[in-house]
Ligand binder design. Structure first.
Ligand code: ROI
Length: 167
């Protein structure tokens, strides 16, 4: 069955916006998957150690027949193909691809937790997600995206008009 999955993209090394563009091209060629929509790109202050560059973040909407773990494997392959390095926990990285939501499933497995952990505290996930999610989106755990947005200020975030994909 085809499911709508939302993927968070983040980078703060090696030309972050280019990393996201490359990742989006790869997402568009995943098997059994259609890249349905892409949010604006946002510059964001780092969560974690402050002595690292600002991030560029976005969210992509996929319509996919890949089961969640297969999708996770595919995302990790893209991260590795783009030479992902991560210097330390919560430190700088070339590319992060996270499954934020997968249909209306709740997943709690060692490798994968959906909805994504700490979603509610991360403006750099919530605001791009709101760009591509339907109005009134309700998460599998019952929370409404609109409520999470209302409780998470648009802080340290900057929409990158010029770099964002044409929508
Ligand atoms: N901070 C921001 N702003 N954006 C991210 O994508 C991001 N990813 C991370 C940590 C290190 C937690 N901080 C981040 O993994």
């Amino acid at each position: 069955m085809t499911e709508r999955a939302y993927i968070g993209l983040g980078s703060n090394l090696a030309s972050p916006a280019d990393q996201l563009d490359q990742a989006l091209r790869s997402l568009a060629t995943l098997p059994a998957t259609r890249l349905a929509d892409v949010s604006s790109f946002y510059a964001s202050d780092p969560l974690g150690p402050a002595d690292q560059p600002r991030y560029v973040n976005a969210v992509a909407a996929l319509d996919t027949d890949l089961p969640p773990i297969d999708l996770l494997d595919a995302l990790q392959a893209i991260e590795h193909a783009q030479g992902r390095v991560r210097e330390r926990r919560w430190g700088a990285r070339t590319l992060d691809l996270d499954i934020i939501l997968y249909g209306d499933r709740l997943i709690d497995e060692p490798r994968l937790r959906v909805p994504h952990y700490h979603l509610q505290a991360r403006a750099f996930v919530l605001y791009p997600l709101a760009d591509v999610a339907p109005a009134g989106l309700r998460l599998a755990d019952g929370r409404f995206l609109s409520d999470l947005l209302a409780q998470c200020p648009f802080e340290g975030l900057e929409r990158l008009e010029a770099l964002s994909p044409q929508r």
